[in-house]
Design a protein around this ligand. Structure first.
Ligand code: ATP
Ligand code: MG
Length: 355
């Protein structure tokens, strides 16, 4: 029986749902890691606080908790707005369960689920299906195009040798150059099929490198702000692949901004995250934020598909490649529009997932 208690607390600690336990005076007795993460609080600071001090202005939820305590019955509330002490507002579904002792409610258990995270999970499932289908069709298509392309190029080279008229050589050059361009394009699309070769990687060094590449590509001054979390450890990842993914996102941000444009790179550690059905204790989040107009609404739902572009000169494979590279690291790229800012967020696991 003794081993059951630590097991139960381990389960609660690793749940993705935020769980808070209050005593009958509505003072916090316990909170799990998902609770700390959802409410952006530390266990130490909120322990013993009354419920209305943990989040603000939610009389509705406060009343529901009191009602449940007095009546001894479970209560479910959906879509409740919680104002956190850090100024953020989140929407949660909650389940309030009285813990009965001799038929009286002695403590109260509050489970909070971020409604947004369900939306995220749905999007993740869609992303996975999209990427799997895209990969298959790209590989099939690449094979079908590469073979005849080799033939066309070879024939153009033979023709070039036979031509005496210098002016006609211009046409064979065009055929050869266009074949090479198409071949490069296909090779770019296929780079994602290689498995990552992981070694020690400092994510901030990678970001600095990518910024230097993008600065070198653009002659104009660029306002790139950095907000790095220095406590992020060295991780195991394929440096080349992560560079490629971040580069594709940063180039998109640079192309999206106009005059007075601003790009911000933020790195953070996030705890207790589920990505594609696997639970991680820690992941790294890299936000690439710009204040451009955001992904055009007509392509928003398919922006991660290959060949979907909103730019006249775009090929539409940058996001698809970035997504595949990060997914092969067990991670995910999310797109979100918050206020007048565009967020592309790379969620990158730092470790093996918890079984
Ligand atoms: N930060 C951003 N802000 C606004 N729109 C964006 C942003 N990132 C991507 N997009 C939109 O998504 C489309 C797809 O992006 P993606 O990187 O896949 O292709 P691309 O940039 O058009 O071409 P390339 O293959 O050269 O990267 C873009 O054409 C653009 O319309
Ligand atoms: Mg692009």
């Amino acid at each position: 029986m003794e081993t059951l208690i630590p097991t139960t607390s381990r389960i609660v600690e690793h749940l993705a749902t935020a769980v808070l336990l209050f005593d009958k005076d509505l003072q916090l007795v316990s909170i799990n890691s998902a609770g700390e993460s959802l409410l952006s609080v530390s266990r130490k600071r909120v322990s013993g606080l009354r419920v209305n001090k943990i989040w603000r202005n939610s009389a509705f939820l406060y009343d529901a908790i009191q009602r449940s305590l007095l009546s001894g019955t479970t209560c479910i509330e959906r879509g409740v707005d919680l104002n956190l002490n850090n100024g953020q507002q989140i929407k949660v579904d909650c389940m309030i369960t009285p813990v009965l002792l001799n038929n009286f409610a002695d403590e109260i258990l509050v489970e909070l689920i971020d409604t947004h995270s369900f939306v995220r999970v749905l999007q993740e499932v869609n992303q996975e299906t999209i990427q799997a289908a895209a990969k298959e069709s790209v590989q099939g298509m690449a094979h079908e195009i590469k073979n005849p392309l080799g033939g066309i190029r070879g024939a153009a080279q033979l023709l070039e040798k036979e031509l005496n008229d210098k002016e006609l050589l211009e046409y064979t050059r065009i055929i050869i150059n266009e074949c090479d361009r198409l071949r490069n394009f296909i090779d770019r699309m296929l780079t994602t099929s290689t498995n990552p070769v992981k070694s020690d990687m400092n994510i901030h060094e990678v970001l600095e490198y990518v910024v230097s590449v993008v600065r070198a590509e653009n002659s104009h001054e660029m306002n790139i702000k950095k907000d790095y979390d220095p406590s992020i450890p060295i991780i195991k990842a394929d440096r080349e692949q992560i560079i490629q993914a971040v580069l594709n996102l940063l180039r998109n941000a640079v192309q999206a901004i106009v005059i007075d444009g601003q790009i911000t790179l933020i790195t953070r550690i996030q705890r207790q995250v589920i990505i594609r059905h696997k639970s991680y204790r820690h992941i790294i989040v890299i936000d690439i934020i710009d204040n451009g107009p955001g992904v055009p609404s007509e392509i928003e739902s398919g922006a991660f598909y290959p060949l979907v572009t909103g730019r006249a000169e775009g090929t539409g494979i940058g996001l698809s490649i970035a997504q595949q590279l990060i997914q092969s690291h067990g991670g995910l790229i999310n797109y979100e529009r918050k206020g007048n800012k565009t967020y592309f967020s790379i969620l990158l696991p730092t470790e093996q997932y918890d079984e």
